[in-house]
Design a protein around this ligand. Sequence first.
Ligand SMILES: NC(=O)c1ccc[n+]([C@@H]2O[C@H](COP(=O)([O-])OP(=O)(O)OC[C@H]3O[C@@H](n4cnc5c(N)ncnc54)[C@H](O)[C@@H]3O)[C@@H](O)[C@H]2O)c1
Ligand SMILES: O=c1ccn([C@@H]2O[C@H](COP(=O)(O)OP(=O)(O)O[C@H]3O[C@H](CO)[C@@H](O)[C@H](O)[C@H]3O)[C@@H](O)[C@H]2O)c(=O)[nH]1
Length: 440
Amino acid sequence: MRISVIGCGYLGAVHAAAMASLGHDVVGVETDAAKAEALSAGRAPFYEPGLPELLTEAGANGKLRFTTNIADAAEAEVHFLCVGTPQSKGSYAADLTYVNGAVTALLPYLKPGALLAGKSTVPVGTAARLADLVAEAQPSAHLVWNPEFLREGFAVQDTLHPDRIVYGVPSAGEPGDAQRAEALLDEVYATPLSEGIPKLVTDRATAELVKVAANSFLATKISFINAMAELCETTGADVTALADAIGLDDRIGRKFLNAGVGFGGGCLPKDIRAFMARAGELGADQALHFLREVDAINLRRRTRMVDLAREELGGSVAGKRIAVLGAAFKPESDDVRDSPALNVAAQLQLQGAEVVVTDPQANENASRVWPTLAFADSAEEAARGAELVLMLTEWKQFRGLDPHDFGQVVAGKRMLDGRNVLDPQRWRGAGWSYRALGRP
Ligand SMILES: NC(=O)c1ccc[n+]([C@@H]2O[C@H](COP(=O)([O-])OP(=O)(O)OC[C@H]3O[C@@H](n4cnc5c(N)ncnc54)[C@H](O)[C@@H]3O)[C@@H](O)[C@H]2O)c1
Ligand SMILES: O=c1ccn([C@@H]2O[C@H](COP(=O)(O)OP(=O)(O)O[C@H]3O[C@H](CO)[C@@H](O)[C@H](O)[C@H]3O)[C@@H](O)[C@H]2O)c(=O)[nH]1
């Protein structure tokens, strides 16, 4: 099947390569010429395990090419819309500039019967508005919303073997043919569907809502456990034991109950804010008031980390050397969008600390966002002469540090574990002052 993928960032590049690996003929359209060039040469423009292999394989088979020219998408039967929907400057709402721009650019090239499948995360109601534009430009074309649930770091696996596939198809009376649209998507996803992956067919508004509801639930689960961590801090209780105990209840589950410095990235924070903004526009803001608290709890964890650093260093971080382990918003990613680690590092620097950050993959992206921070190539290099070390992104390289060896390079054996991943006894046993969020 001939497919185009419009927008080849963290989502689109993986989607394009994965669709090609399923045997489809894929053209990726990307306005950033450097990204398109890297992808054309088989190089992933960001760190994502498994993506380089997929790009090389699909490129070699002639199934995948990249372009900056939207006209090259004209032959596709199915177009996947994968452009960004960042938070608007100055408000919580999603910025739909890229969505509107990409759809407007594509309209003249939609061939009869083509399908436009939206994968970007959008405010509910966006699909209905875009469907009218599509119907006007090409009356026999269809628009569906097909939200994406991949996690960075597991993007290839999640794209090829998702937990579920959701189609939001036109309802009766809306432009587009629901059955034809479903049949086209079934052809695209024939392989995963043949493996028994559940498919849910619903209307477009529900599909848009499924995505933001899922991310809101995940964010809420993390902030719930972080709220418990606040209680644990005031009572001397242990949030990791608490999470283990409540997580054993099948109805609750242990996943996404890791307390620490909280959630970041290009999805959860901006998606809950855009959801609140959209609810406000719809006059339903009360329904999502709780998400304000979810956001606030999350941001408080970052401040708490900075407060703990000050406490550990006798009331002020000014002039003190601090090593920060991690810059990416999570391990196995080089993405620093709204990264808790980078935010804490920056706050400490603003308070006068001499901060050295290290991340196995994200140093380059982080130094672009925060060029005044110093960066090191390893934990040992970052920690040399440091009076305090903060564990903020739990890469396996950092989890595996030996407290005895690591203790040789620092000036003061003080560890603040912002991800609750180190063994307190082991670190304390090696002479470290060990403190964590929500743990005695
Ligand atoms: N990153 C994820 O893990 C993930 C997962 C699920 C859903 N999403 C959603 O997918 C969307 C994309 O997210 P992302 O993280 O890939 O963003 P991103 O910024 O990494 O990628 C978007 C890409 O689109 C390109 N672009 C913008 N306008 C274009 C146009 N008119 N034509 C062609 N290319 C254009 C940009 O240059 C950029 O490379 C967002 O709505 C996001 O919420 C992301
Ligand atoms: O118990 C946990 C789990 C995660 N996190 C943090 O939460 C953030 C998000 O993690 P994760 O959800 O694994 O990463 P993303 O790649 O942002 O994926 C989320 O956002 C994507 C974009 O919408 C969705 O597709 C995914 O389903 C959804 O999990 C990261 O900062 C994690 O460190 C915690 O603090 N505690």
